[in-house]
Design a protein around this ligand. Structure first.
Ligand SMILES: O=C(O)COP(=O)(O)O
Ligand SMILES: [Mg+2]
Length: 230
């Protein structure tokens, strides 16, 4: 197979399915404040931002559980989960969008995708209560024809269902869609859904190189991704 390039772009694509955390927005600085606020109120020591980067990708419950596991045994973690989730929500609602930043080339890439008349969906494992304000605060909300969050369906990535539903909603086959993400959860969902896959190397993938996920292309920005779609 010839490598995907501007001369040999991914053809017959009508839908782009974008991940949020680690692909469009570097949300870890906000998560750092919220998780460490939660820990402080639980009278537990702080966790380092480098650890938090390794915990993002499988949704909020998993993030909070992994954070508590730095300090607590598994039975204590489970006993603390309800109050920890309440505290995390309290802090993250306040801080969401305050310290996070949009990765370079995101707006330009979304604009280029729009100009190509592609349907654009966001499929994220972030709960909707945080997703929509975060996109809006960063001036990204209006680019999306569809936003599916961790609580939209009963399943989330790596389950392929949200991506399959996005294609169906737009009236296209998964083969006419490319998913763009930063983690193994995006890669597994995209492949199981039957979509093409681009990956960005700058996000959160549990410290693993994205090349291991065998994407159709590794893209340095969403603008480069847009230029590889025809
Ligand atoms: O909230 C998460 O765990 C990850 O969110 P994402 O799916 O947008 O990367
Ligand atoms: Mg991500």
């Amino acid at each position: 197979m010839t490598a995907i390039s501007e001369k040999n772009p991914l053809k017959d694509i009508r839908v782009v399915i974008l991940d949020l955390d680690g692909t469009m927005i570097d949300s870890v600085p906000d998560l750092d404040v919220a998780l460490n606020g939660m820990l402080k109120e639980l009278t537990l020591p702080p966790v380092e931002v480098a650890s938090i980067r390794m915990f993002v990708g499988r949704g909020t419950q998993n993030l909070v559980r992994s954070t508590l596991s730095v300090h607590l045994e598994s039975d204590e973690v489970e006993k603390t989960m309800d109050i920890a989730m309440t505290l995390f929500y309290k802090y993250y609602r306040i801080v969401n969008g305050e310290h996070s930043t949009v990765f370079p080339g995101v707006k330009e890439g979304l604009q280029a995708m729009k100009e190509k008349r592609l349907d654009i969906a966001c499929v994220t494992n972030k709960p909707s209560i945080f997703t929509e304000p975060l996109l809006a605060k960063n001036g990204l909300y209006s680019y999306f024809n569809l936003i599916y969050c961790s609580d939209t369906f009963l399943v989330k990535k790596p389950d392929p269902f949200p991506m399959q539903m996005a294609c169906k909603k737009f009236g296209y086959q998964p083969a006419q869609a490319v998913a763009i993400g930063d983690s193994v959860n995006d890669a597994q969902a995209a492949r199981a859904a039957g979509c093409s896959l681009f990956m960005v190397p700058y996000g959160y993938n549990y410290g693993k190189p994205v090349g291991e996920m065998n994407p159709d292309a590794t893209v340095s920005s969403l603008l480069q991704a847009a230029n590889l779609i025809s």
